[in-house]
Ligand binder design. Sequence first.
Ligand code: ADP
Ligand code: MG
Length: 695
Amino acid sequence: MNIPELFGINVFNDKEMKKRLPKDVYKSLYNTIEQHKELDIKIANEVAAVMKEWAVEHGATHYTHWFQPMTGLTAEKHDSFICPQADGSVIMDFSGKELIKGESDASSFPSGGVRATFEARGYTAWDPTSYAFIKDDSLCIPTVFCSYTGEMLDKKTPLLKSIELINRESMRVVRLFGDTEASRVIPSVGIEQEYFLIDKKLYDKRKDLIFTGRTLFGAPAPKGQELEDHYFGVIKPRVKAYMKELNEELWKLGVYAKTEHNEVAPAQHELAPVFSSTNMAIDHNQIIMEMMKKVALRHGMVCLLHEKPFAGVNGSGKHNNWSLATDSGENLFKPGKKPYENKRFLIFLAAVIKAVDQHQDLLRYSVASAGNDRRLGGSEAPPAIISVYLGRELETIVDCIVNGVEYKGEKVENMNTGLNVLPDFKMDTADRNRTSPFAFTGNKFEFRMLGSSMSASAANVMLNTITADVLREFADRLSTCDDFSNEVELILKETFTEHGRIIFNGNNYSESWVEEAKRRGLLVLPRTIDVLPYITSDENISFFERNNIFNEKELRARSEIAYENYAKTICIEANATFDMARRDILPAALEYSGELASRLCAKKELGYDIGKDAAKRSLDSIVEACDSLYAEIERLEKAIMKARDINDTVKLALYCGNELIAAMDALRVSADKLETLVGAQYWSFPVYSELMFSI
Ligand code: ADP
Ligand code: MG
């Protein structure tokens, strides 16, 4: 396989555009893509014709506007290129209008009440800054999605706005520091994606996996992740074959799939592409998730992207590596050899620290979902508390600035392995901290709280917007002050002093951190329903309006959708829990206990003393567990009925979070207990040891 030849074969990328478009059309489009100049509508027809020609050559028969509604998934509606002719034949046709604008029924996508069902019209509009590509014989054109009345209904529009915003405010600061060369600042993102693979035949026997994407039941397997033998372990042949095909599919789609390894939990893996510009990275992450699922099926497996498919072992996250770079190639988060003297770096660092501290609620919100609530704060996942890890060197620098003392520099240690044949090398000035939700990792920040199944859009909208808002304030000050250097020092000292509480270099997994965080006045919001009320505060409404990202109506709609998604997810989980408990687990337990009882009767008839018989003792414990299971089933059933009567979305979400989850979790305890008591062949679905150790 020739990878460079294969790479991007299904993408209408810069190379193809340059090759196929007339020079002036190419130039105009290039300016839009690279310089974000306004799109010249006049070129649309020519671009469409060339795009179609390329697509048809590559086997495409259809085209679709590919967009990202508030479901967090992608959506597509396919039209064929055929255009009937007078003589009964067809030609393949695609106009500029069809490229630029799509019109469809938006009423079946979540709108958070922006639109009533009868006001259905929605539009999709071409996003030329992300390349079109071919998937399943369709030319997919990345688009934004909005309502007839102009409100955004998708995840891409606010992202594009936030990219422009951070460009604008960062550029002001970059210019103030004397850079005349750069013309844009681009937020770059590299997304590490974790996932589980399980056998499809086993998956098909688990209603919980089918309906909710996670196991609602399951006693721990005899072995979990305690031996730490899976992380970076040798990849099994079946998984290797899967990864090979996945890589090839992704490369064809122009995704820079690069790193792959086994993760900590059994059956858990990770894929990381090389970072790229934010818009592309997030589109690509959507493609990665889709391909992961598709390719798994071809290998008789199912890819689970849920944040916590199995209790008791690690869940899956999506680590969002984020940095800011100029188009002349300078990373603004690169500390350089002497970070203490690199004032521009320190100003950008200060902006991020202030932004994160001031807007903990928004970052927490951007990763909030019912699924991620199960993961955050669990095995080896960051807690639901936002803090920033800087590492020893930067923390010392920050301390020096706060205390007004001179920074003496960090001694760079040589790593001496003690073996002559091995090279000595310089050690990094900061260790890694896996437990931090927001870690500075050398020249970027790694935001680790995102859940594996989520769109990475919201998190990046927040990162860009909160940072830009602070950069604007800094730029305003720096452009009107009398003494630039002095003002820089003032800003740094002020910011690090006021917002130092957000810096935490210790163990985020420890219990004591929760107490410490509360003492520092940081937000401790363990559940989605704890954070949602913050989003539509007056402060946040004016924050987003000031930055022109969401208007009040759009923000309220997004909050409504978040409540709705949360409630729906929990209700489905509750229904599935009830169904499996009532129709699978209880019958299995009753059948097995019936069997034990009839054996005991037979023995008794034959004159045996059954008082201490193993069957008798097993029966006793099963009867006891069955009784509690039955009581829990009744409790859950009542709770489900009650939920059905709640019409208000917010009230329902709160009820789900407080009552339904408690009822489900209590039921699970009895059910999992029964799993350990009932004979294996009576249990009607595969258990953890089979699910996690069968590939
Ligand atoms: P880790 O050791 O954290 O697991 P990985 O190699 O798995 O690291 O992933 C790191 C991710 O960060 C990759 O996607 C990589 O391309 C990305 N990355 C590296 N440098 C930058 C940068 N300057 N900006 C954004 N992302 C970056
Ligand atoms: Mg990694």
